[in-house]
Design a protein around this ligand. Structure first.
Ligand code: GDP
Ligand code: MG
Length: 361
């Protein structure tokens, strides 16, 4: 009984807190005087800011990767279980079977061939490497094909800007909310910017998320110039001393509308307001689209320099190998991967955990 009332009380408190942080809508006329609605964080929380990723480095992470990548592992293990069952000498036919299996797990043709080439050469030269050596070779090649991220996260500077891009439906908006929440729990204040001004629904969706996580949202009306929203979002952060600006952008690839030109303009606005080292341009990709994700990286990199990638929906697909292809082909570090729809399912990418999760033990 008491528990019930306590829970009700807590729910009520939660609702009231959410109400306090409404989204901030600004019109150009209002630009100069923005309402006081940023979320102030207690001082002691800011002390915890160091090492954003350190709190994730636990045994649990390996478990999470294993669970989320089980479909990809299953796909690979059809070949792997036969191949690595007993230690024997590797011949060309075995390598071809392995090639096929890696291609099917969406490493793609180019990356698969590049990955196996040094081993194939040994076989062609008449050496007799064993399957045990092949297993070790695969592991170390995969690790070296996955690029390390040497940029700080979030980038240094106040505010720093995370600029998210990617086609519609990949999970940009939900990912922004999840990252915003993670940053907040680590003591960073955040503001979300609705620069996908194409559809009113997109603006509303971001506002809804802002409300849920208790973050201000800077939005203009549907059809507004995305550059103007970004300008206002960043100046708002500067005025309110907010740590991180997360920008949601449009993702429709339509012939009549030049998304690439729009994105270039948006980045120019960011460049004018914050130094380059304070920006991270993040492409969001959906693992279930497999090799198509590579075309998307190619397309978007015409518009802006892409610093890192986030790959969502790994849980629903056997195409997890696409992470290796993306990182290898574009020299692109992976920041986070989505291993499910829940907030905790967006985890920092850990290449050792990734490779362990898809290869046999
Ligand atoms: N299973 C799964 N679903 C995800 C993941 N990330 C996002 N989604 C879902 O993908 C759908 C599209 O997301 P949304 O953020 O609206 O995509 P946007 O159009 O790029 O902004 C939503 O239903 C999300 O819940 C993930 O890692 N796993
Ligand atoms: Mg969206």
């Amino acid at each position: 009984m008491f528990k019930f009332f306590r829970r009700k009380k807590e729910e009520k408190k939660e609702k009231e807190e959410l109400k306090k942080v409404e989204s901030v809508e600004v019109s150009p006329e209002e630009k100069a005087e923005l309402p006081e609605k940023s979320v102030e964080k207690p001082a002691e929380k800011k002390e915890e800011k160091k090492g954003f990723f350190s709190r994730f480095k636990t045994e649990k992470l390996f478990e999470k990767f294993k669970k989320g990548l089980s479909k990809t592992k299953e796909k690979l293990s059809e070949t792997f279980s036969e191949l690595f069952e007993v230690d024997k000498v590797v011949d060309l036919q075995t390598l071809e079977e392995l090639e096929e299996s890696l291609i099917l797990a969406d490493l793609g043709v180019d990356t698969t061939l590049a990955l196996l080439e040094p081993f194939k050469e040994r076989v062609l030269k008449g050496e007799a490497p064993t399957t045990r050596e092949l297993k070790e070779f695969l592991r170390s090649q995969m690790l070296s094909f996955l690029k390390e991220c040497d940029r700080e996260f979030p980038p240094p500077g106040k505010p720093s800007v995370l600029f998210f891009l990617g086609v519609n439906g990949v999970g940009k908006t939900t990912t922004i909310a999840k990252i915003g929440k993670k940053l907040q729990t680590q003591g960073y204040s955040v503001v979300l910017v609705a620069a996908d001004t194409f559809r009113a629904a997109a603006i509303d969706q971001l506002k809804m998320w802002g409300n849920r996580i208790g973050a201000p949202v800077i939005a203009l009306q549907e059809g507004a110039d995305p550059g103007a929203v970004i300008y206002q979002g960043i100046t708002y952060a500067q005025q309110k001393s907010i740590d991180v600006v997360l920008i949601d952008t449009a993702g429709r690839l339509h012939t009549k509308y030049n998304l690439i030109e729009e994105l270039k303009k948006m980045v120019r606005v960011v460049n004018k307001l914050v130094p380059e080292e304070s920006q991270e341009n993040i492409i969001v990709l959906d693992a279930t689209t497999g090799q198509n994700a590579l075309n998307q990286v190619e397309h978007f990199s015409q518009a802006v320099p892409i610093h890192t990638a986030i790959i969502t929906k790994m849980d629903g697909t056997a195409k997890g190998g696409v992470a290796i292809a993306i990182s290898h082909k574009f020299n692109l570090p992976i920041r986070f991967i989505g291993l499910g729809e829940k907030e905790d399912d967006l985890v920092p990418f850990d290449k050792k955990a990734f490779v362990s999760a898809i290869l046999p033990n």
